[in-house]
Structures are given as C-alpha cells and as structure tokens.
Design a protein around this ligand. Structure first.
Ligand code: AFP
Length: 344
C-alpha cells in the first residue's frame, strides 16, 4: 500500500493535538509523547554523528543485565532523560540502562493523570559496529500515587495497563511509531521541516505470513513446540505447511517488529534452557510489553507461548520474558503447539 499518497503530511504535533480533541488523549500524555519524540530525533542525530563526536565504540561499563554498554547506549539514555524530565506530568522513569527506577520530583498535580515512562534507549546497539539498524522503545503507564511517594511497585503493572507505547527506528530513514490505544500510526522524520510527519496511518499486520524471525543458532536450547514450528516452516512446500517460508534475523527487535508491521511475519525470542533461571532474553516492561501493545493494536497477537504477554504481572522492572509475536494466525498456531505439548 502507498501510505504517503493517503495522507496529507500531518506533522506529529498536529496529529497529537487532534488526538487530544478527538480521542480525549490527556494533555499531560501528549506533552510526554512530544518530549519522547524530540529525544528520538536527537538520538538519531547522536547515532549518525557518533563517529565524529567520539561516542562510537564501547563504554567499558555494564548495564544491570551484565551486558557491555556502548557509549551510545549511555548517550541515548541521557538524551531521553534530559528530554522527559521537565514534563510536569511525569513522576518516574525506568530504563534498561538504569539499575533502579528514577523518581521525578514533580508535585502531584491538580488531579490530572500522572505518568511513568519505561524505555530501552538504544535497542540492538550491538548493530552499531556494522552500521546496522537500531531503535528506541518506550512504554507509558498511568500512576495513581495521589500524593504518595513513587517507588518501583508503581512500575510493576501488567502491559494491559499501558496507556501509550511506541518505538523509533534509526534505519534508512528515522521513523516514530506510536499507539495510544487507537490503532498504530507511523511518522517519518522529515529533515527539511525537522519534524516527524504522518506517513503510515493506521498500520495493520496481515494475519497470514510466510516469514519468520528467530536466532537459529539457539535451536538446541529451544523448547519442543518452537522446534516443531520452525522445523515445519523449514520443510517448505513438501512439508506439513505445504508452503515455502522465508527467514530474517536482524538482532534488533525494533527492526523485526517494524518489518512485521510493514509486511507481516512472526518474531520469536522464546524461552530456552541456556540459562534456565532466565525466562528468555527480552525484557518484559520496556521491550515485550510496548511491542505487544503495538502489535495487538495493529491486529497482530503476542504471547509467551502460554500467556498473553500483556497479562503477565511483572515482579521486577528488569525481568525477562519469552516473546512470540506477529501475524495472528501464526501466533495462534504457535500457541496451539505449546498447548498440545503441555497436554501430551
Ligand atoms: P542489544 O540491544 O544488546 O544489541 O540486544 C538486542 C536485543 O535485545 C533485541 O533487540 C534482539 O532481538 C535480541 O537482543 C538479539 O539477541 P541475539 O544476539 O541473542 O540474537
């Protein structure tokens, strides 16, 4: 579909003003979304300029997950915090790059809703060294501290409570993809006007697909329902699916989800038994939940293999979760394979 031809180049700021008027999206949430979008355009510049600004390469530090940080992970985190901290409706934030949640000292306002922001400032940052695709992911929760002190417990809400989610993708173009629970809209950064412009309104994921994404090198660690699914895809036209499948793996969840929004597909980072105490690789609150909200708002589906991801009650802001998401019919099939294996 030619998205551009169907829109009149509405800027993100006008789109958000309309959302306040037509969909009653609260002004405090709109202010936060604008600040996040500004941060994302600054992160895009930081990524582009990294080699000149001395911010390419490793930071020689580790995040809370014990992963080596890139300098740009740290820079992007600082950019996001600097952009959103002044927003008066924001009461706290959590980031992949921060060990603990950070409370923002704004007074509890006038009765209008307050928010918490959870984010991965630079997803897929191992792709930086090959000039590959990276992105930022964010999730917004409403908070009801009503005069009380904000702490980590306020962030431990299941994904169904999200009021907004989105991501920015820093690829051939920079895009900002957003949901406030009224479908999913995609905006492309226009360097001439220095603003995000609506180019991909009301995205819908095709329910059928012949494309899957998984890190095949982990096959020996997967659980049987996932092995069965991939085995059947790989068997192609002469196998039980009677169709040839294609496979992609970009090692950036933002890029995989973006591809699925554009043309369908299924993405899996399933539970595996490499490190049995970890439930998967991806993080629930600032990766799996926002991507699940986006995918489901675009007509797709997301599951752990057992439970809808957005129904999982988090017990830690950094907890990991198995992720299966994308085109509805394929995710339903994977869910069925998990149920059949559990019942056997
Ligand atoms: P980094 O941000 O550390 O590069 O991790 C990216 C990611 O969390 C996610 O975006 C990818 O889908 C996944 O990890 C790739 O993991 P593998 O390297 O194990 O394939």
């Amino acid at each position: 579909m030619n998205h551009i031809a169907t829109t009149q180049h509405i800027a993100l700021s006008s789109f958000l003003s309309n959302a306040t008027r037509e969909k009653q999206v609260p002004a405090g949430l709109i202010a936060l979304i604008k600040a996040v979008a500004d941060a994302c355009s600054s992160i895009a510049t930081a990524v582009e300029r990294g080699v000149f600004d001395g911010s390419s390469g490793n930071a020689h530090s580790e995040n809370v997950h014990g992963e080596a940080q890139k300098k740009l992970d740290v820079v992007s985190n600082d950019i996001m915090i600097g952009a959103v901290e002044p927003v008066s409706s924001l009461r706290g934030l959590a980031s992949e790059e921060l060990e603990s949640v950070q409370v923002i000292g704004h007074e509890d306002s006038d009765g209008s809703p307050d928010y918490l922001l959870l984010f991965d400032p630079l997803d897929g940052s191992s792709n930086l060294e090959i000039n590959g695709i990276v992105g930022s992911i964010f999730s917004v929760l409403a908070t009801s501290a009503s005069g009380g002190v904000i702490d980590e417990s306020h962030f431990l809400q299941p994904g169904v409570k999200q009021v907004c989610a989105g991501y920015a993708i820093y690829g051939a173009t920079t895009m900002f993809v957003l949901t406030t629970g009224h479908g999913v809209d995609g905006f492309t950064f226009d360097g001439e006007s220095a603003s995000f412009v609506l180019t991909h309104p009301q995205l819908q994921i095709p329910e059928n697909t012949r494309e899957f994404a998984i890190n095949m090198s982990n096959e020996r660690f997967w659980e049987e329902p996932v092995r069965r699914y991939v085995r059947e895809c790989v068997a192609g036209a002469s196998g039980p699916r009677q169709a040839n499948f294609n496979m992609r793996w970009i090692a950036s969840m933002v890029a995989e989800v973006h591809r699925i929004l554009m043309r369908g597909g299924v993405f899996l980072y399933p539970r595996d038994n490499r490190i049995p105490q970890l439930a998967g690789r991806l993080r629930l609150t600032y990766e799996a939940n926002p991507m699940s909200f986006i995918v489901e708002q675009a007509g797709g589906m997301s599951t752990t293999g057992e439970t809808p991801i957005m129904e999982v009650q988090p017990d830690d802001v950094h907890q990991r979760i198995p992720v299966i998401l994308g085109s509805r019919l394929e995710v339903e099939r994977l869910l069925r394979y998990h149920h059949e294996a559990a019942a056997a």
